[in-house]
Structures are given as structure tokens and as C-alpha cells.
Design a protein around this ligand. Structure first.
Ligand code: FDA
Length: 304
């Protein structure tokens, strides 16, 4: 049942009509639990509050799968505005971006141009940028652009998904160059030809990727809410003496807040992924799919 519901929710995540409705009507259906607000000012206030609680942030201006050049350029403008706002407010935050928001599906050169604008501004302000990983048909294109950009900018990192069979090879190739990687389980609906269908296999692969990256000269973001993996990471980091400036834990805004506070109390570096903006629908549906029990909270809220 849970597997079926997950699959339905992930299919709905790409529904264009629902996405248009969501943009028009603002944060609804309990999305506020996962999204910091619709404007950059609201997002900066949320980041400042997290900073006061000892957590760093990475801001994400929501949006994906853009098919229009003007919209892709406007998304790049929003990223530049976010970087300036981070700098002006002097908050502890990086930026996360999705390449399909910046034109990957339209024209690779447009996407590169937008990314160079963002990375150049970020470098001037001393801010890091992480390229999120989207669904598997975009994985190779994302890594190709990442390779081009990391040769030009030292403030860019990307994400590797443990559910993809290819990921260990990707980590081993990138690890040798000491890159900045965030390891996640993976949030999209993928076929068994490219991704492990069983959660146990994804979890086991996550551990392999995380260990390989932690032993490399690069930086590792251990991005998960899975307590078993977090405990494993803590032990591994202690046993191998991984320096504090070579790793951090990462979680999503609004998910497992007690676990977040516990990590901070224990003295571990923690960064929260803080999304904002009006294009919240796809992100929100993926959060529901990760834990279908969330759907009942949404329905209860809607009926109240
Ligand atoms: P898992 O799904 O096994 O969850 C472990 C426990 O966490 C659950 O038992 C539950 O208690 C809790 N939990 C997890 N999700 C929850 C939810 N939505 N609501 C309530 N509780 C929940 N993915 C991707 O494909 N590309 C990307 O670029 C990113 N980027 C990214 C950044 C950061 C900072 C994080 C933390 C995650 C991502 N992800 C991502 C999402 C990732 O792939 C994955 O879908 C989620 O993190 C959920 O998986 P967990 O590792 O938490 O494990």
C-alpha cells in the first residue's frame, strides 16, 4: 500500500496543471511545514532563526523543469538576489540550485551561462553553491555541466543519489579530485533498470558512497534523516579521525526537528535545506511521497 501511494504521489509531483494551481493559490495543503515562505525576506528570517539555534542553511529558490528561456533567466535573477540577500543579512547560508530551473531542458549553453552568472556572484561574496541532482535522465547532463563548472569555480559542489546503480562509480571518479559532494538517497520515481527498487539496497549503497567520500580529500555532506545511517556516520567519522571542516550533516527544513536539535547539542555541524518561493508543488509532493503518513496530516488540516 505504502509503495503504491509513494508511486502515485511521485507521478502527481510532475502534474503541470496542479503545479499551475499551486503557484496561483500560494502555500496550501500544509506546505508551510516544509517551505520557509514565498519571498526571499521570509526565507532570510527563517535562516536567521536557524542560525540562532546553531544550524547553518542552504537556500533553495523553488522551481524545476522550466521550458521557457525567459523563465530560466528570471530564475537565475532570483538566485543572484538570494546570494545578495544572504550577504547583506550576514546569515550563515549557502545556495542550492536545480539545473532544470536554469534552462537545462532548453539549451545547455543557456544553462551554463546562468550558472556562470550565479557562481561568479557567489564567489565574489564567498558563498558556496550546490547543484541538486534531479531525475535520472538528467544525471549525466548534470555531472557533465558540473565537471565544466568545477574547472572554472572552486565554490561549486553537487549531489549523488544512493538509489542509482551508477553512483559508486561516480563517487569514486569524483572523489579522486577532492570535490564537494552531498550524499542523498534520491527522491524521484525511477525504474528498476537504473535504480535499486528495495530500500535496504539503497541504504546499503548510501553507506558505501558516504564512506568512500568521507575517506577522500573532498568535503562530505551526509544528507539524511535516517538515524541508523547518522549513527553509522558518527562512528565512522570518529574511527577515521575525519576533521570537522571536512564534513557536515544536512537535513530538510521541517523534517525531524528533534533529531536536528540533538545533533546540534552533540556538537555536530548541521545545515538545513531551506526552500522558499511559489513553485512549491513538486517539492511538497516528493516530501509527502517520502512518508505517505504525511498525507493524513494534510487531509486532516484540509478538513479542519
Ligand atoms: P528515509 O526516507 O529512509 O527516512 C528516514 C526517516 O526520516 C523516516 O523514517 C522518517 O522518520 C523521516 N523522514 C524522511 N522523509 C520524511 C518526510 N518527508 N516527512 C517526515 N519524515 C520524514 N534528493 C534528490 O533526489 N536530489 C537532491 O538534490 C536532494 N537534495 C537533498 C538535500 C538535503 C539536505 C536532504 C536532507 C535531502 C535531499 N534530497 C535530495 C532528498 C533525499 O533524496 C531523500 O528523498 C530524503 O532525504 C528522505 O530520505 P532519508 O535519507 O531521510 O531516508
Amino acid at each position: 500500500m505504502e509503495q503504491w501511494m509513494r508511486s502515485v504521489l511521485l507521478s502527481l509531483a510532475k502534474n503541470r496543471a496542479a503545479n499551475r494551481w499551486a503557484k496561483r493559490y500560494g502555500l496550501r495543503l500544509g506546505a508551510r511545514r516544509f517551505v520557509a515562505g514565498e519571498t526571499i525576506d521570509e526565507a532570510i528570517r527563517a535562516v536567521a532563526q536557524l542560525n540562532r539555534q546553531g544550524m547553518a542553511a542552504t537556500l533553495d529558490h523553488l522551481g524545476e523543469f522550466v521550458g521557457d528561456e525567459r523563465e530560466a533567466r528570471q530564475a537565475a535573477d532570483a538566485c543572484v538576489t538570494a546570494l545578495t540577500a544572504i550577504h547583506q543579512a550576514q546569515v550563515d547560508s549557502t545556495l542550492s540550485v536545480k539545473l532544470t530551473q536554469l534552462g537545462l531542458d532548453i539549451d545547455r549553453e543557456l544553462c551554463l551561462e546562468n550558472m556562470r552568472r550565479i557562481l561568479g556572484h557567489a564567489r565574489d561574496l564567498g558563498i558556496r553553491v550546490t547543484i541538486d541532482m534531479e531525475d535520472h535522465p538528467r544525471c549525466q547532463a548534470t555531472l557533465d555541466l558540473f565537471d565544466i563548472l568545477r574547472a572554472e569555480y572552486d565554490n561549486v559542489g553537487t549531489v549523488i543519489q544512493a538509489y542509482l546503480y551508477r553512483s559508486l562509480d561516480d563517487v569514486l571518479r569524483l572523489a579522486a579530485d577532492g570535490v564537494h559532494l552531498r550524499i542523498v538517497k534520491g527522491a524521484y520515481k525511477e525504474p528498476p533498470e537504473v535504480a535499486y527498487p528495495e530500500k535496504a539496497d539503497v541504504d546499503a549503497n548510501y553507506i558505501k558512497l558516504m564512506e568512500a567520500q568521507l575517506l577522500s580529500p573532498g568535503f562530505t555532506a551526509v544528507a539524511t534523516h535516517d538515524e541508523r545511517i547518522i549513527e553509522h556516520a558518527k562512528r565512522f567519522i570518529a574511527e577515521h579521525g575525519v576533521a570537522r571542516d571536512r564534513y557536515e550533516f544536512q537535513m530538510l527544513y521541517g523534517i525531524r526537528t528533534q533529531l536536528q536539535q540533538q545533533l546540534v547539542r552533540e556538537g555536530y555541524p548541521l545545515r538545513l535545506y531551506v526552500p522558499y518561493g511559489n513553485d512549491w508543488y513538486g517539492y511538497f509532493m516528493r516530501r509527502l511521497a517520502e512518508r505517505p503518513a504525511n498525507v493524513w496530516f494534510v487531509l486532516r488540516g484540509a478538513l479542519r
